[in-house]
Structures are given as C-alpha cells and as structure tokens.
Design a protein around this ligand. Sequence first.
Ligand code: FES
Length: 159
Amino acid sequence: MSFKFTEENIIRINELITHYPEKRPAVMGVLYIAQEQNGWISYEVMKEVAEILDMLEEEVLGITTFYTMYHNKPVGKFHIQVCTNVSCMLKGGYKIYDHVKEKLGIENGGLTNDNMFSLEEVECMGSCGTAPMIAVNEDYFENLDLNQIDQILESLKNK
Ligand code: FES
C-alpha cells in the first residue's frame, strides 16, 4: 500500500526544509512527521521520505533503525519503552521491565491483541538522573517503582 503525506504535512515538511541549506538534514524531522501520520515507519513511508529528500532508501532505513524513537513495525495506542541501561538497571529497570511484560502479557516488540499497548526495551533515554524510567509515547515517567507502574498502566487503560 503506497503512502502519501497529507497536504498539511507537505506544508510542514516544506517549511522544515527551509531551515537547512539542503533537503537531506531535514530527514529526522520529516520521519517524525511521517510517524505522526502513519503511526510507524513502513517501507512505503521510508520510500516516500527518501524520494522527497532526494536520499537513498538505504540511508533513510539506516536512520529509522538506529534511533529508537522511530517504530519499524506497528505499535499500540500507547507505546511503552522501558530503559534497562546502566543507571536504570542499577535502580531496578529489569524489575520494571519484567513487571510491564507480565502485566501486559507481551514480550519485547509485542503488541496487545486490542492494539492498545506495545512494549520495547530500550537503551538510555537520557534521563539517568531520575532512573528508573519509562516512556509512554512521548511522555517520560521517572523515579518509578512497581506500584507507580501499576497506576500508570491502569490510567492508560481508561484513556
Ligand atoms: S540509563 Fe535509563 S535513562 Fe539513562
């Protein structure tokens, strides 16, 4: 299935490109807009981004696979990223990760049957000083314990 940006997003992309001397450096922002529109970066999305920015598909692929903020497969309404890198690990990151897995009944990269939640174990998200932490979509939740995880998941179920 092909992918085309909405007219509104084409305007945003054209504006974004004006901030750079050439199109290519706008790729991170364009991918962000693409993910906002499509929910994830499919092959068709990547192809369209590459075409708009005069890049090779492989170059765009390299970026989408390197940065964890880009999803390379469909994610849930709430995409939960649990950091298990050093600072978070030392403060119980794996306990949190295992707890979320058990609560949602999914493994790393999994999606719940109702498409509400997806889970991803990630490297440092730059919030080490307030470890352990998770991100739900773009919101960070920090200094967590298991009770707070339960509260967060419960509140998301009701959204
Ligand atoms: S180690 Fe988890 S945010 Fe840095």
